[in-house]
Design a binder for this molecule. Structure first.
Ligand code: KIV
Length: 264
């Protein structure tokens, strides 16, 4: 059955944990969907893991639409949540609504994700009022790394923690159906999860959250540029892929592949 905003709300009410994984293409989306994961996030992390940028700043609306549409074709049951890239919503409420609309109409997303809290409350409200579900994102928001001075855990002191809690509350008040909390001390995630009636989805934000999200290349050991502490490797697919690539090279060089059964 298709996961929707209702699935998310029911899970929070029943205390059932939600699962979300990133995907950026059709085949991976299909595998994640078949595994029964609640939601697929077409994250702007595609800037890092697909396009090879150092951060997510350069990702464009066209990048997001292209990958979102591919994922949507592979996701029958998982709810597709697509990231609004840097500068697609910060500039004005009008830009936010137009660009969220494009992710739904052209990217075939079920919902959009947007980074920030108090500062973008009006944007979230306006998008929700058009009938587009919004997932918030607070804490270590990667589009703000230049302001943070790098990928640094946020909310370490009392004042910073309070600001993140206020951000999460603003996201809920604006009408978001869930909120991602990234890179904060566990106590901050505990407080937000207790105080919000919408589900919290954590990444580097402890088991207190109502659900968890990971970048699939991280959890499968396919991305080695950097591995944050919050990542758990569920498999070493990167090594398996490399072994297969080497074997292919060896067999082609030795004339073993293609074999008779591979010929017409
Ligand atoms: O872009 C992304 O993949 C994300 C997750 C890390 C939450 O925003």
């Amino acid at each position: 059955m298709k996961n929707t905003v209702l699935t998310f709300q029911e899970a929070k009410e029943k205390g059932e944990k939600l699962t979300m994984l990133t995907a950026y293409d059709y085949s991976t989306a299909k595998l994640i969907d078949e595994a029964g994961i609640n939601s697929i996030l077409v994250g702007d992390s595609l800037g890092n893991v697909i396009l090879g940028y150092e951060n997510t700043i350069s990702v464009t609306m066209e990048d997001m639409i292209h990958h979102s549409a591919a994922v949507a074709r592979g996701a029958s049951n998982a709810m597709v949540v697509t990231d609004m890239p840097f500068m697609s919503y910060q500039t004005s409420v009008y830009d936010a609504v137009v660009n969220a609309g494009r992710l739904i109409k052209e990217g075939h997303a079920d919902a959009v994700k947007i980074e920030g809290g108090v500062n973008i409350k009006e944007q979230i409200k306006a998008i929700v009022e058009t009938g587009i579900p919004v997932c918030g994102h607070v804490g270590l928001t990667p589009q703000s790394i230049k302001a943070f001075g790098g990928f640094k855990i946020q909310g370490r002191d009392e004042e910073a923690a309070m600001r993140i809690i206020e951000d999460a509350k603003a996201v809920e008040e604006a009408g978001a159906f869930c909120v991602v909390i990234e890179g904060v001390p566990s106590q901050v995630a505990v407080k937000i999860t207790e105080q919000l009636s919408i589900p919290t989805i954590g990444i580097g934000a402890s088991s207190a959250c109502d659900g968890q999200v990971l970048v699939y290349q991280d959890m499968l050991g396919m991305f080695s540029d950097f591995t944050p502490k919050f990542v758990k490797k569920y498999a070493n697919i990167g090594d398996i892929m490399k072994e297969a690539f080497v074997k292919f090279k060896e067999e082609v060089s030795a004339g073993v592949f293609p074999a008779k059964e591979n010929e017409y």
